[in-house]
Design a protein around this ligand. Structure first.
Ligand code: GDP
Length: 470
């Protein structure tokens, strides 16, 4: 009998173990946004709040915390061995140094990843009964939004790409910096035998223009994305192409000509750079957060904000089932939830967070209302991964002003400041204020207790992970 009992016990134990294992879940959370949108800060904050600040005080809207079911989270070895690891320790020692002033961590310009094991108590039904604990393996994948913007190139020929990109060069604000490049392509004889040096020179001129536009205008639709952060590809022929007037592209391409080489390089870029990113990474993501620096776009002006909206909607159209068959097939994505987050909301007063959220919502909805989504949930909110300011009320001439207090970036003095109110919808060009908007940026706050503060990071976690931690 005792043998039978023992056997039963061990079978039960094994069954429990097997069940336990099958209950472990994996989620790939992709974090993207254009450079400077706050990916590095977001991932640092996410990991910090899950590992050493995991409690219901910090994360009241994250169910697993509020219900006290979170047991422990730790960083574990990642599965993808060919992707660099997100350097969490480096980021945290910049934000929370043991001595000296805190600083924002340097952003990375390539894909990187980190794996967390979140151990928690499941809360109901079968799980609760058999398995006291479950583990959610969370792969966080950080990749430049610039790469995402290249994805439409998968469906384009060189000619179609030129039809889209070339006309932009004579529109504001690109026309301010495109003259030299446009002149240099005027002089290029497309049918002449290839002159590799000439193509390389023009490509460099195009690259300088793109990098300048990125810096000066924060425009989003700058292609090819790798020209902005070439990394290992700097100087490789597949990056040495540029758009030309589509009218000059004849059907009979002369073999070995400048044009033939431009087409070849475009095709190679799509095949060897864009496609592998799609196949090896994008296709496998489960959840996607897109960080949008709406306030910087407002600082830049109407064109930049309008382009942000176009880019968001271009991205969304990949997930729409009403879209062309090509993308439907290609983008049979795993992604079932996308969150657009207007980041850095600590740069404005708390009472205007709502306006920022509404503005982002209007950017997203502007063109996407007619898109039909197939099982993909889309949400927008305003948040701040790391709050660098605190709210302060100031009474001035009998009026209470909702100010923020912090140390502006690259300044020595702390400041109590009344930020402008962001618009709560996309403005028409004619409605844009004459002096534009000016939101300040702030340095991270010193934290004697080694804790980071956030705004609505718990809402973000609940939306992206809550259902996986029940
Ligand atoms: P990445 O290029 O997308 O990785 O962007 P980073 O995370 O490096 O952020 C770029 C800059 O934005 C930082 O150096 C900060 O100045 C600012 N920033 C990022 N996240 C926040 C945030 O949550 N609050 C505030 N106030 N500033 C932020």
């Amino acid at each position: 009998q005792s043998f039978a009992k023992k056997t039963f016990k061990s079978v039960k134990g094994k069954a429990q173990k097997a069940l336990h294992r099958s209950l472990d879940q994996h989620v790939k959370l992709a974090v993207t946004g254009l450079s400077g949108s706050g990916k590095t800060a977001f991932i640092s904050a996410l990991v910090k709040h899950l590992t050493s600040q995991a409690n219901d005080n910090n994360l009241p809207f994250f169910d697993v915390m509020r219900e006290h079911r979170h047991i422990a989270t730790k960083i574990v070895p990642q599965e993808a061995l060919n992707v660099p690891t997100f350097d969490y320790n480096r980021a945290i020692s910049a934000l929370l140094p043991s001595e000296g002033d805190p600083a924002w961590p340097a952003s990375t310009e390539r894909i990187n990843t980190l794996r967390l094991a979140i151990k928690y108590q499941s809360n109901a039904g079968l799980r609760g009964h058999f398995s006291p604990q479950s583990t959610l393996y969370l792969d966080i994948i950080d990749y430049p939004g610039e790469w995402l913007l290249d994805l439409p190139m998968l469906a384009q020929s060189f000619e179609q790409w030129c039809e889209q990109q070339y006309p932009l060069l004579s529109q504001t604000p690109r026309d301010q910096s495109s003259a030299e490049f446009l002149q240099s392509i005027e002089l290029l004889d497309l049918d002449a035998p290839v002159d590799e040096n000439a193509l390389a020179d023009i490509a460099r001129c195009y690259q300088t223009m793109l990098v300048g536009l990125k810096k000066d205008t924060k425009l989003a639709m700058l292609q090819p994305g790798r020209m902005l952060m070439p990394g290992d590809l700097q100087g490789a022929p597949l990056l040495l192409f540029f758009p030309i007037s589509p009218e000059k592209i004849s059907d009979d391409v002369v073999a070995g000509s400048n044009l033939a080489h431009l087409i070849k390089r475009f095709d190679a870029y799509v095949k060897e750079v864009v496609k592998p990113f799609y196949n090896e990474h994008f296709r496998h993501f489960d959840r996607q957060i897109v960080l949008v620096d709406v306030l910087s776009a407002l600082n830049e002006g109407y064109e930049t904000l309008a382009e942000q909206s176009r880019v968001i909607n271009q991205l969304l159209s990949h997930f729409s089932y009403g879209d062309s068959g090509f993308f439907k097939r290609l983008f049979k994505p795993n992604i079932d939830k996308i969150l657009f987050a207007a980041n850095k909301s600590d740069h404005i007063s708390a009472k205007h967070h709502k306006d920022l959220a509404l503005l982002l919502d209007s950017l997203v909805k502007e063109q996407s209302n007619h898109l039909k989504f197939d099982g993909v949930k889309i949400e927008t909110l305003a948040m701040s991964s790391i709050a660098a300011t605190v709210s302060r009320q100031v009474v001035d001439k009998g009026q209470t002003l909702d100010c923020i207090y912090g140390k502006p970036l690259n300044e020595q003095q702390w400041l109590t400041y009344l930020p402008p109110q962001p618009p709560s919808r996309m403005l028409k060009k004619s409605e844009w204020p004459a002096h534009g908007f000016e939101f300040l940026s702030f340095a991270p706050m010193p934290s004697p207790d080694q804790q980071l503060k956030h705004i609505r990071l718990d809402h973000v976690m609940q939306y992206l992970l809550g259902d996986k931690l029940t």
